[in-house]
Design a protein around this ligand. Structure first.
Ligand SMILES: [Zn+2]
Length: 113
């Protein structure tokens, strides 16, 4: 599961962001996960649990913000947003859809005191 190494990364980013901003105790942090980033949220939460069990960021709440991907239908040209890997056009039902982006995976916010 690559979520473990992703989480490893996020945790170290959270820690350095906290240090840079004089945050002694992280209350929450937000991770943005694109709809088609391939990141498994369950696995990510599990990985974070493991970190907390090991004593990392004990009081922190991990907020996951799932970002839909913008898509355009190649058949009818309808623009829409999707959370699916293989989206179906909501207008004409075509599977011939282009997905732009949605691969985001980053730490967006660290809060605490
Ligand atoms: Zn369409």
């Amino acid at each position: 599961m690559h979520e473990f190494s992703l989480m490893e990364n996020i945790v170290s980013h959270v820690k350095s962001a906290a240090a840079e901003n004089g945050i002694a105790k992280v209350a929450r942090f937000t991770v943005v996960v694109g709809a088609v980033s391939g990141v498994n949220i369950e696995a990510l939460r599990f990985a974070f649990d493991m970190h907390q069990k090991a004593g990392d960021l004990l009081e922190a709440l991990m907020v996951i913000e799932q970002k839909p991907a913008p898509a355009v239908c190649r058949e009818c040209g309808a623009p829409f947003e999707t959370r699916d890997y293989w989206p179906v056009c909501p207008k004409c039902g075509s599977l011939n859809v282009r997905v732009d982006g949605g691969n985001e995976f980053y730490l967006s916010e660290v809060e605490g005191e």
